[in-house]
Design a protein around this ligand. Structure first.
Ligand code: GCU
Length: 614
């Protein structure tokens, strides 16, 4: 697996000049680290003067005019035309758009710089610089030396710090961040969300022993027929990958609450192990039980939490631990609308998922890209089932093999980071991609790749259905390859009036569970009028009433919905000067945190669905 990725990375890294980003260590929050969050100095560089000389060749590493060098003149005569100063600072994690009005629409390069001291804890230890995400391209330098590059705005990456580069004091890390949109990137140039640029997630320096626990996976393997909320005898299997280990090294897996302590001899990447456990309380949306787990070697120890659960499908149902589950969902962008910024912290996650819980959801579709790890871990603890997605969105360039390679790298990075998170039940390989033979081959290869990376979860993609007043047929050819069929429909908003729902019927070509992965309409909070007046809360309320009426008449394989969207969100595409002003107003909650009337229509439906079970 990793060798394929390495080959892909080398192929297009060479083409793109981006060095390969290594496999990153998972569960960084289970480790001690030096946080580099906080105030960073910056230089805005729209012409990339800090990277190219006046003939547009990449500057030499030692060039004092390169912005990866500190810019401090060596003497009073030295000619230096850049520098980092406390006059210009940005907070990390955080997008730049929301931190200064001049950045609101900025798309280009910003250089970030952070100085720090560091005392090594052990002579033979190793040090890694880890980024939760940088949107969109990052070039990372430490003390003037390039560590590497990463492309992709929503997944983690790390670089090992070469021995001897780190000093006890006055280190400085510089990151060149470029959020320009390009046709052959993922996403492409056209998205219905704000192109927030910057070091948008946590940054930390992680010191490890020479050999450390890099990755692992643990999953419940008990036959579904034997599963009970408390399963007397449960089986689990998994694997562990160490970095820097030699054959035979001992690795111990402990789950104290289950009196499990198992030591295995390391035999190479993904060394397998199996566990037999007694009286295991399963993880579910109604009982998000997690167990502390510790994975350790002679010198390394990693703590995590795991939830044991199974997710499967029949022709008509989604089964959680063998029982049909109905997904009472909502869609969510990674944005704190009340502060007009990317969500980035655990507090942000608690606020957003708290709103989702007020709606009585048990399912959140994280649109349209992998969200930060905090929101996934908070969902683990709250028992909210998640759909996680790579930004293969709309008109990606399906005919370019490098776009496919980039999509696969982002897919692997998304799954690698979160494969042990019980809340995630669905990996989505894209959203509303226009049907063509080239596109379906592209998307099918992503479905196959996702299944290879994680055979324990459901694979889907938000398909499009071309609906009408009567029969709506779900016949997207991609539906032949996904585990569930998910479709976005906007009856009552983009097509016809909400009353069209009354005569709409649905048919799926595939004998698989069907979920409505988007539906909805806009309203300006506080704008009240009759229900025929577009943008009023009453129109949106009427739309939800008609949609709920239709949901109650869906076919037997209907297994859930995730209306678009929990909160109003920023979009440069939404420019109605009265009702939008750069906001997509389909939220059930406004950018001021006000619940619109439609919120209560959906909540009432979810309360009823919870009452009746599946
Ligand atoms: C599409 C798309 C969303 C978009 C929404 C809308 O279905 O998936 O990203 O924001 O519709 O038009 O508001």
């Amino acid at each position: 697996m990793k060798s394929v990725k390495l080959l892909l990375l080398i192929i297009f890294s060479t083409a793109y000049g981006a060095l390969e980003a290594q496999d990153f260590m998972t569960n960084v929050y289970g480790r001690q680290s030096l946080s580099l969050n906080g105030t960073w100095q910056y230089i805005v560089d729209p012409y990339e003067t800090g990277f190219y000389d006046y003939r547009f060749n990449e500057k030499h590493e030692k060039d004092p005019g390169a912005y990866w060098n500190s810019g401090i003149p060596v003497n009073k005569t030295a000619m230096v035309e850049h520098g980092y100063d406390d006059k210009n600072t940005l907070e990390v994690p955080g997008d730049w758009n929301s931190q200064d009005p001049m950045f609101l629409y900025y798309e280009g390069t910003v250089w970030y710089k952070k100085s720090f001291d560091y005392e090594m804890q052990g002579d033979d230890n190793r040090v890694f610089l880890y980024f939760g995400a940088v949107n969109y391209k990052a070039d990372v330098y430490l003390n003037g030396k390039k560590l590497g590059s990463h492309i992709g705005g929503f997944t983690p990456f790390q670089f090992e710090v070469p021995v001897g580069l780190l000093k006890a004091s006055d280190n400085f890390v510089v990151v060149k961040v470029d959020n320009k949109r390009h046709k052959d990137e993922v996403p492409t140039v056209n998205t219905d969300w704000w192109n927030y640029g910057g070091i948008t997630r946590d940054v930390m320096l992680i010191e490890t022993p020479a050999t450390f626990v890099e990755d692992y996976f643990i999953q419940l393997t008990t036959p579904t027929s034997q599963l009970k909320p408390i399963t007397k005898r449960a089986e689990a299997s998994g694997w562990i990958t160490l970095n820097g280990a030699s054959e035979g090294e001992e690795v111990t897996v402990e789950i104290p609450e289950l009196k499990i302590k198992k030591t295995i001899a390391y035999s190479g990447e993904r060394t397998p192990f199996a566990l037999s456990m007694k009286k295991v309380e399963l993880w579910s949306d109604t009982n998000p039980k997690q167990y502390d787990i510790k994975i350790s070697t002679v010198d390394d120890q990693l703590n995590d939490r795991v939830g044991f659960r199974k997710i499967e499908v029949t022709q008509t149902d989604i089964l959680l631990n063998g029982q049909p589950v109905f997904l009472r969902g909502i869609c969510l962008h990674e944005e704190l609308a009340t502060e007009m910024r990317r969500a980035a912290t655990k507090e942000d996650a608690l606020k957003l998922l708290g709103w989702a819980q007020e709606l009585n959801t048990n399912f959140v579709r994280l649109a349209h890209y992998p969200h930060n790890e905090h929101i996934v871990r908070v969902a683990d603890s709250l028992g909210i089932l998640l759909w996680s997605e790579i930004p293969v969105y709309w008109t990606i360039n399906f005919s370019n093999p490098e776009v496919l390679a980039k999509s696969k790298v982002q897919l692997e990075e998304m799954i690698t980071r979160d494969r042990n998170r019980p809340s995630i039940i669905i990996w989505s390989v894209g959203n509303e991609t226009p049907v063509s033979e080239t596109r379906t081959e592209f998307m099918k290869s992503l479905v196959v790749k996702a299944k290879e990376l994680d055979p324990t979860r459901l694979i889907s993609a938000a398909l499009e259905v071309h609906y009408n007043k009567e029969l709506n047929t779900v016949n997207d050819p991609l539906g032949a390859y996904t585990d569930i069929v998910s479709v976005n429909e906007y009856i009552g908003w983009y097509i016809g009036l909400p009353s069209y729902c009354q005569t709409a019927t649905w048919k799926t070509l595939y004998e698989k569970p069907l979920i409505i992965s988007e539906t909805g309409g806009g309203a300006k909070a506080g704008f009240h009028a009759d229900s025929m007046t577009r943008w009023s809360e009453e129109y949106q309320e009427w739309l939800y009433e008609e949609q709920v009426g239709m949901m109650k008449r869906m076919p037997e394989n209907f297994s859930g919905l995730a209306p678009w969207i929990l909160v109003d969100f920023r979009s440069p595409k939404r420019n109605n000067p009265t009702y939008q002003e750069g906001w997509n107003r389909k939220g059930l909650i406004s950018d001021n945190g006000e619940k619109k009337k439609a919120f209560f229509v959906l909540k009432k439906y979810y309360d009823e669905k919870e009452e009746e079970g599946k």
